[in-house]
Design a protein around this ligand. Structure first.
Ligand SMILES: Cc1cc2nc3c(=O)[nH]c(=O)nc-3n(C[C@H](O)[C@H](O)[C@H](O)COP(=O)(O)O)c2cc1C
Length: 340
């Protein structure tokens, strides 16, 4: 079983880097345009991109979204991501820790606290796993293993349904989530994997006590697309779902009125300017997965450059809109008749 999960995870990494794993539909961010402020009355040097997330300081509102863990290849990847996240002061989300529950030898790739003592580390488990066996206990265990600041539960019913051996029993997941919220002393974050969280789902999550929602919307990596390419048998069934879901901007516009939830925007974020745009649209933080995987594969130094480049882009977007802080950016004027 464990060997199969490990092999599948490695295939996911390979396929995720192909252009064909990206959605054909866009996030909608290209239609969100800031009104230029040509008299910012600020010095670029004084722009403050910092924020606090889960009681820890970040240099900018960014999470490296959940990717992998449990294999030798994932160990090297996660260690590099942890070093980069710590050095640049951004948060790190781990990939699904199911493999670590089944095989103790797979745990090292999720135990990164020594490499990243100061940043938020987020553990991760699938929603369907919450109802299997000691599901809620397992989720709490994952947080201990990773010495995490919060737990991410990913909701990916579409992906599981396309996967040949996926977990397709999603009954009672809502109740298990509510149990987890009650029993956990750490925050629970719920995310999708790139198809978006709809308004009705978000409302039900809030009713369960969930206060952080990472919409992981459509416009970036397609998990239906990855599963369809990982498995020849899944291709025919999965291919029509390649672009399934709610584009990022549509999803943010739907959910930004939900004051009970802190929103994290991800799915197709591809620059620091995109980070600025989602903050303006109501997200507290942005997240991205595939860009950091590609950068890491190009070399660890490139990964570091990539993160710094995004921070520079965010600062420039703030400067050019006259926003000294992220609070100012949230009020920066947009050009009328764009997506907002
Ligand atoms: C190689 C890879 C592995 C992933 N594994 C997980 C996972 O284990 N758990 C999870 O919640 N999301 C996982 N994701 C989904 C990402 O966290 C993210 O939601 C999705 O890729 C959309 O973001 P992107 O367009 O920036 O890639 C994975 C993504 C990639 C690229």
């Amino acid at each position: 079983m464990t060997e199969n999960i490990g092999e599948r995870k490695n295939r996911h990494i390979d396929v995720a880097m192909r252009p064909s794993a990206q959605m054909a539909i866009s996030t909608g961010l290209e239609h969100v345009r800031f009104e230029p402020n040509s008299l910012p009355e600020l010095s670029l040097a004084e722009i403050d991109t910092s924020t606090v997330f889960l009681r820890k300081s970040l240099s900018m509102p960014l999470i490296i979204s959940s990717m992998s863990g449990g294999t030798q290849r994932a160990l090297t990847l996660n260690q590099a991501l942890a070093r980069a996240a710590e050095q640049h002061g951004i948060a790190l989300a781990l990939g699904s820790m199911r493999i670590a529950l089944e095989d103790k030898t797979a745990r090292a790739s999720f135990q990164l606290r020594d490499l990243a003592p100061n940043i938020p580390i987020l553990a991760n488990l699938g929603g369907a796993q919450l109802t299997q066996g000691a599901g809620v206990d397992n989720a709490l265990r994952c947080m201990e293993i990773a010495e995490a600041d919060a737990m991410i539960i990913h909701l990916n019913p579409l992906q599981e349904a396309i996967q040949c051996t996926g977990d397709t029993d999603w009954r009672h997941v809502t109740k298990a989530l509510a149990d987890l919220v009650r029993r956990s002393s750490q925050p629970i974050i719920v995310k999708e994997v790139g198809h978006g969280i709809g308004l009705q789902t978000a409302q039900r999550l809030i009713d369960c006590g969930i206060t952080y929602i990472d919409i992981a919307a459509a416009g970036g990596t397609s998990w239906a697309g990855i599963e369809a390419q990982v498995d020849a048998a899944a291709f025919q069934i999965g291919e029509p779902f390649h672009d399934w879901g709610i584009p990022l901007v549509a999803s943010l516009n739907q959910l930004s009125g939900l004051t009970q939830a802190t929103l994290i925007a991800s799915g197709g974020i591809r620059s620091g300017l995109d980070v600025a745009k989602v903050i303006r649209l109501g997200a507290r933080l942005a997240g991205a997965a595939q860009p950091f995987l590609l950068a890491y594969e190009a070399g660890e130094a490139i990964l570091h450059q990539h993160i710094e480049c995004w921070r520079a882009q965010l600062r420039i977007a703030m400067f050019a809109t006259g926003s000294a802080t992220l609070a100012d950016l949230k009020c920066a004027p947009l050009i009328a008749n764009t997506a907002c």
